[in-house]
Design a binder for this molecule. Sequence first.
Ligand SMILES: Nc1ncnc2c1ncn2[C@@H]1O[C@H](COP(=O)(O)OP(=O)(O)OP(=O)(O)O)[C@@H](O)[C@H]1O
Ligand SMILES: [Mg+2]
Length: 396
Amino acid sequence: MENKSLERFCSLLKNGRIFSENSKIKFEEIGDGNLNYVFRASTDEDGDKKSVIIKLALPYLKIAGEAWPLTVERNKIEYESLKFLSKFCGEYVPKVYLQSKEEHLFIMEDLSHMEILRKGLMNMQIYQKLAGQIGDYLAKTLYYTSDFGFDSSKKKKLAVSFDNPELCDITERLVFTDPYQDSLSNNIRPGTYPIALKLWDYDKVKVEIDALRYVFMNTPEALIHGDLHTGSIFVSKDNCKIFDSEFTFYGPISYDIGLFFANILFDLFYWEYNGRVCSIAFKQYLLSVIEDTWNSFKIKFTKLCNLNDKSYLLCKQMFVEKYLKHNLKQSIGFCACEMLRRVIGMAHVPELDAIIDNTARDIVERYCIEVAEKMLLLRNNFDEIEDFTNFVKLNI
Ligand SMILES: Nc1ncnc2c1ncn2[C@@H]1O[C@H](COP(=O)(O)OP(=O)(O)OP(=O)(O)O)[C@@H](O)[C@H]1O
Ligand SMILES: [Mg+2]
């Protein structure tokens, strides 16, 4: 890091009264992501340890350099979304302290004492409260930012202020377009190539992807996270924090739900095929995370809707039930898109990368594609979350 940047960070931290005027600040780069720079700034004065996180965006992708330009607006959008979400689900997002719009950075709470969910699940850790917390976060996000619980004209204005076309374009290309054709951005292992070729010819599946892309692009329903995988979640025994929300925009809540489900399924695939011993109880736990997340989301969202006596809905209870059923099917559709793109598309997941045996990896990737195809074609048959988890038990 350049000295000039360090000096600037120091003055922001001191002027913002995050650290005192005479503190000696230590910086370390901790970011392991692809897009941005993430630093920890810490002080230790007479045993009084303090630390914060600085997230900085440059006008390009960190991993690709200047060859891949990307708007710095993403930093402002992430900061604004965390600030907005803190009003009604502050327990689930990192606290933000200050922002420098000119320098495309913001400063937030250090969550290093927690664990990234993906790492925890790859170490067979069980988090008893996780499903209830994610369900609650999804229910509150949906209720408080959508027409169910938010003033409709304020909602329309908020949707405009969270317009995020460049980052949505990345999702539209990397999740909904490139993996379904022979694109340069794809990252396909030789053993998986013949199955990808078959998928590119499978119009019945591709039309479902088109339909889901259309939903993603045309459903300004709630302020969704937009990239809710298990690497965007910090967990501990009692707490859960959702971070890295730069892909946020007004979109379909089922996209967040589907991504979360898919990333839990990757852990199931990992524990079935990585050759390490895994207890049946842990595999059951992973399935219960999917079931319990959905059920807690459903119960909490319905409760919030029932609290709202200002609703203009004519048959509220019936509509909420119908809406949730529809969303379950749509979430399963988005779950399938995430599964396909993580095998065929540019960005893979650590769970599958960690399967070192090539034959096992070929089998897993084939199953991922085949299961995802079935999910896309059969998703309208899943009326309850248990229908889905039973399907998973039979097919993984
Ligand atoms: N508030 C925080 N507290 C502690 N560590 C953090 C915090 N925010 C980010 N990190 C660390 O930095 C890493 C990268 O952060 P983040 O995922 O936000 O960056 P990114 O560049 O946007 O990544 P991606 O390529 O996944 O979009 C995280 O995996 C985590 O280890
Ligand atoms: Mg990010």
